[in-house]
Design a binder for this molecule. Structure first.
Ligand code: PAF
Length: 282
């Protein structure tokens, strides 16, 4: 399997493949790969001639330096996992300088307001960091399609806006959330959960499923209150936010309207580890 560290190497490699008429399916990741990532890579393999996976813990999207330091880095194991899927996958694992040069700055984006909701509100600068690194990666890899999990549903909407703003031709494809048997959405951060936190964390999806079930019969205020109550006095989990938002602009609502698509979004702390999840409501 080819593992590139230099942007010029992968750029040339991909350019040659594209000249041969090959399509490129790209899966950007921050490593610590799990089944959710592998499902994205499998889809990229199925739908394209060549799959490229980037493994890069992007410093500019972390608003919390402790989270950045503690983010799991398991490059060797990641490459091993990918090689079991296919030896033909091309991996790009650059250093920060290789991606950003000498100035590791984020571009300040206007994504039409969705960058200020939920994750954007609680993680200032996060989406500028995501947008900037993906702009670099899309320029280097020049993919035909790029694959993102719906666990980061807000990120998926941001990426769709990014390619519009930057006038890039890559097709952005959202893929369903991958879950543990317990219902916990797969995340690289799950690796940091201790036994008690792991045992407590299925509550997050349980709550979302109940909200989905009750969405037709309860109003939004009642649902918000009910969710808050589920986390009150919980020793392991602390609710950061729960919001029901319109899919179109991700603005949170207090009242439902007809003919509008909604989703419920949640962020929870298990100790210092932040877990997010979401569910379609109608
Ligand atoms: O979802 C992630 O893992 C990251 O936000 C991404 C898309 C790889 C950008 O660093």
């Amino acid at each position: 399997m080819q593992v590139h560290e230099k942007r010029l190497d992968i750029k040339h490699n991909v350019a040659t493949l594209k000249k041969q008429g090959k399509t490129i399916g790209f899966v950007p990741t921050m490593g610590a790969l799990h089944q959710g990532h592998l499902a994205l890579v499998e889809r990229a393999i199925q739908e394209n001639d060549v799959a490229v996976v980037s493994i890069f813990v992007n410093p500019t999207q972390f608003n919390n330096s402790e989270d950045l330091v503690n983010y799991p880095r398991t490059l060797e194991a990641d490459v091993e996992l990918l090689s079991k899927l296919s030896e033909d996958i091309i991996v790009f694992a650059p250093s920060p300088v290789e991606v950003y040069g000498d100035h590791m700055n984020s571009i300040s984006y206007d994504f039409g307001g969705i960058e200020n909701e939920m994750e954007g509100k609680y993680r200032p600068g996060h989406f500028d960091g995501v947008g900037t690194v993906l702009k670099h990666f899309f320029t280097i890899v020049s993919p035909t399609r790029a694959y993102f999990g719906e666990k980061d549903f807000q990120q998926l909407q941001i990426v769709k806006k990014l390619v519009e703003i930057e006038k890039m031709t890559v097709e952005i494809i959202g893929c369903p959330i991958f879950r543990e048997a317990s219902g916990l959405a797969l995340s690289s951060r799950n690796k940091r959960l201790n036994k008690d936190q792991l045992q407590a964390s299925p509550l997050i999806y349980k709550v979302l499923k109940r909200v989905h079930k009750d969405f037709g019969i309860k109003n939004v205020i009642e649902l918000n209150e009910w969710v808050s109550q589920q986390f009150e006095n919980n020793k392991e989990l602390e609710l950061e936010y729960f919001e029901i938002a319109k899919v179109s602009d991700l603005r949170s609502i207090t009242q439902k309207q007809n003919d509008t698509k909604y989703r419920a979004f949640i962020a929870v702390f298990a100790g210092k580890i932040r877990l997010i999840d979401n569910i379609a409501l109608n």
